[in-house]
Design a protein around this ligand. Structure first.
Ligand SMILES: Cc1ncc(COP(=O)(O)O)c(C=O)c1O
Length: 428
């Protein structure tokens, strides 16, 4: 532990040197940050992939850990001066393994896309066949989309959902796997509101001799809280972001069995990244600590409860929900019966202070830029302390915006109600 005497002598010095004043040094950036802080405070955020970090995570993210180069891993660095850094990364690794019950964790990926890139690099050669969910039906760009590195380096077979139920079409996934013999199957999504059956995916992967990668970027918090089936017993590799339901800093991690540990670590460094972001890894360690507290499970349960009551409210108001509702933190509304596109809805909602992301619906007739749906998620409103009462109220506000989408005056009036609601639930 730090030498207390030395720390007390250097504290004034540290304080002076750290007492920078952003508003003085760079008023332009400071001003923009203030505006963004205000925007976050007075708007309702329903973007399913976003959240508000705790003060502790924010503090670690903004810490002097950003100053240190630490290429390598704890105990094996290419730079001197890494003793405290090693402690931070070791804590982050151990806590991550504890949260998910995994044999091996790598906490260095800068983002979810880098985690997926490293997983592919560890398991595949360029030209190998991979199977992933198509972007238009809920997958992610890194699951083999043509414009992404994953679609350029590998031969991709996409699977999707059943045309009627809009649930993952496991029989079709199995048929495609037998037909194309992929080396890797990716299970995971950015816009899928139902449980993912990792056991079934593992069975399919085993039958065709493929690796299974579970990308839990969206549902990591629910998995950590044991409120979504656990991929750890089934997947060879697991990738995830830390900044969505998990409420950590912007970043990612990889989990694997020990047998793949060395390949995974080498795929990150030197395979695809240089120096780790140690300030972010410090913040990830904090988030993993918080994820082990009982209040974290309560929070995740409220995230699901809020999503389900909101989905039910929309259902009762006559909206069609993709896959009929939700088991997790998000759901997708099909807006075609309201004669609105996702783009129109998103921009009307933004005028009223409600932030959402437009989303394709399965077999969407609209262009990907326009879309026929919106994806709504509850991690952020739940972090603010909003419960079922507010979730229901917000669903009604969204409905009102969509009904008056071309009436700017009415949208302004709704905005005032949104602001009043937000001010009752300060973020920090
Ligand atoms: C399923 C999934 N995987 C990977 C990613 C990529 O994460 P990042 O944006 O941090 O690169 C996302 C991000 O939305 C995601 O939803």
């Amino acid at each position: 532990m730090p030498n207390k005497q030395l720390l007390s002598r250097t504290k004034p010095l540290l304080q002076t040197s750290l007492d920078y004043d952003l508003a003085h040094v760079d008023p332009t950036i400071s001003d923009i940050i203030q505006h963004e802080a205000l925007r976050q405070e007075i708007t309702i955020n329903l973007i399913a992939s976003e959240n508000y970090v705790s003060r502790a995570v924010l503090e670690a993210t903004g810490s002097i850990m950003t100053n240190k180069y630490a290429e390598g891993y704890p105990g094996k660095r290419y730079y001197a001066g890494c003793s405290w850094i090693d402690q931070i990364e070791t804590l982050a690794i151990n806590r991550c393994k504890e949260v998910f019950g995994a044999e091996h964790a790598n906490v260095q990926p800068h983002a979810g896309s880098q985690a997926n890139m490293a997983a592919y690099l560890a398991l595949l050669n360029p030209g190998d066949t991979i199977m992933g969910m198509s972007l238009s039906e809920g997958g992610h760009l890194t699951h083999g989309h043509a414009v992404n590195f994953s679609g350029k380096l590998y031969s991709v077979i996409h699977y999707g959902v059943h045309p009627e139920t809009e649930l993952l079409n496991y029989d079709e996934i199995e048929r495609l796997a037998h037909q194309h013999k992929p080396k890797l199957i990716i299970a995971g999504a950015s816009a899928y509101s139902r449980i993912i059956d990792f056991a079934r995916f593992a069975q399919i992967a085993q039958r065709v001799g493929a690796y299974l990668l579970a990308d839990i970027a969206h549902i990591a918090g629910l998995v950590a809280a044991k409120l979504h089936p656990d991929p750890v017993p089934y997947a060879d590799v697991i990738t995830s972001t830390t900044h969505k339901t998990l409420r950590g800093p912007r970043g990612a991690f990889l989990l694997s069995k020990n047998i793949l540990a060395e390949r995974i670590d080498r795929a990150i460094m030197p395979g695809s990244q240089g120096g780790p972001f140690m300030h972010t890894i410090a913040a990830k360690a904090v988030a993993f600590k918080l994820a082990q507290e009982p209040s974290f499970v309560t929070y995740q349960q409220h995230v699901i409860d809020n999503a389900q009551i909101m989905a039910k409210t929309f259902n009762d108001l006559g909206y069609r929900l993709v896959a009929g509702g939700t088991d997790n933190h998000l759901f997708i509304i099909d807006l075609r019966s309201k004669h609105l596109t996702g783009l129109q809805a998103q921009s009307a909602l933004e005028k009223a202070g409600i932030t959402v992301s437009r989303s394709t619906i399965p077999f969407d007739p609209a262009k990907p830029w326009i879309t026929s749906g919106i994806r709504l998620g509850t991690p952020s409103i739940t972090t603010r302390g909003m419960t079922r009462t507010e979730a229901t109220e917000i669903a009604h506000l969204v409905d009102e915006v969509l009904s008056y989408h071309d009436n700017d005056q009415h949208l302004q009036r709704i905005k005032q109600r949104v602001e009043a609601l937000c001010l009752k639930f300060p973020i920090y």
